[in-house]
Design a binder for this molecule. Structure first.
Ligand code: IPE
Ligand code: IPE
Ligand code: MG
Length: 252
């Protein structure tokens, strides 16, 4: 993603909707536990929340919605839970891809494909291929994604070009590295939301989050809805983004 954080520094209700919202969809397990249900039921209800939020994001004027759906570190969970999560992804693509396509959503996938089962890779490719020309909303699915791994991959590709004599190391700056990340054409997230009350990034978009506004909401992901998204966007609108400069009021 692009590391140039040049966004309008307007605050208040006049600020346009965030162009790019990224969400760490957390709390499925705790949502289920609080109801005496198995964790898998929380994940299933989390998919319902995702459907609602994709629709709401478009209605609220968001152009890019990135969702953290499986982290590189989630492999440390029990195999049965990993199986449930992958099963849900399969079903989501089977059931919802045609609808997303009809609604003009372009699906992009970031994260490591190597090591994923071939049928999952095929589904991810199919989703990207089918929706390639859509432009109403970009749904960026971070699957088997870890920010450190993404940055290490970018460094590795650059190092290879240097070793092959195709690149002068002195030419590598932050913008260059940004161009070697998984989706360099996608602007950095303006707003990152994490549900469930946890206040950390958990290896999500660490490079791209340099100047993102972070909003932590106490509700668990299966309960997240349009009103919750609207309220996170309203909180974003109240923030003053300075990008290292001076406050708009004092800056002239
Ligand atoms: C988010 O919910 C879904 C994934 C990480 C895949 P969790 O499964 O992390 O739910 P909690 O945090 O245990 O409640
Ligand atoms: C982050 O949530 C990953 C996803 C939402 C996919 P986790 O539940 O895995 O994060 P930690 O372990 O609480 O930091
Ligand atoms: Mg969690």
């Amino acid at each position: 993603m692009n590391s140039n954080a040049a966004a309008p520094a307007v605050t208040g209700p006049d600020r346009p909707a965030p162009l790019h919202v990224a969400i760490i969809m957390d709390g499925n397990g705790r949502w289920a536990a609080a109801r005496g249900l198995p964790r898998t039921e929380g994940h299933r209800r989390g998919v319902d929340a995702l459907r609602r939020v994709v629709r709401a994001a478009h209605e609220l004027g968001v152009l890019y919605l990135t969702i953290f759906s499986f982290s590189s570190e989630n492999w440390s969970r029990p195999a049965s839970e990993i199986g449930d999560l992958f099963g849900l992804l399969r079903r989501f693509i089977h059931n919802d891809l045609a609808i997303l396509h009809r609604d003009g959503v372009r699906v992009r996938v970031i994260g490591e494909r190597e090591g994923l089962e071939p049928d999952i890779c095929a589904l991810l490719n199919e989703a990207e291929e089918l929706t390639r020309s859509n432009a109403k909303l970009n749904l960026v699915v971070a699957f088997n994604y870890g920010s450190r791994q993404e940055i290490a991959g970018a460094a590795q590709r650059l190092a290879r070009e240097v070793a092959e004599g195709k690149r002068d190391p002195a030419s590598i700056d932050a913008d260059t590295l940004g161009q070697y990340l998984d989706a360099p054409d996608i602007p950095d997230p303006d707003l990152i939301i994490r549900t469930s009350g946890e206040q950390r990034l958990s290896n999500f978009l660490m490079w791209q989050a340099a100047y993102s506004e972070l909003v932590f909401v106490p509700i668990h992901w299966p309960d997240f809805d349009k009103a919750a998204l609207e309220s996170a966007i309203a909180e974003y609108a109240r923030r003053e983004r300075r990008f290292g400069g001076l406050a708009a009021k004092t800056g002239s």
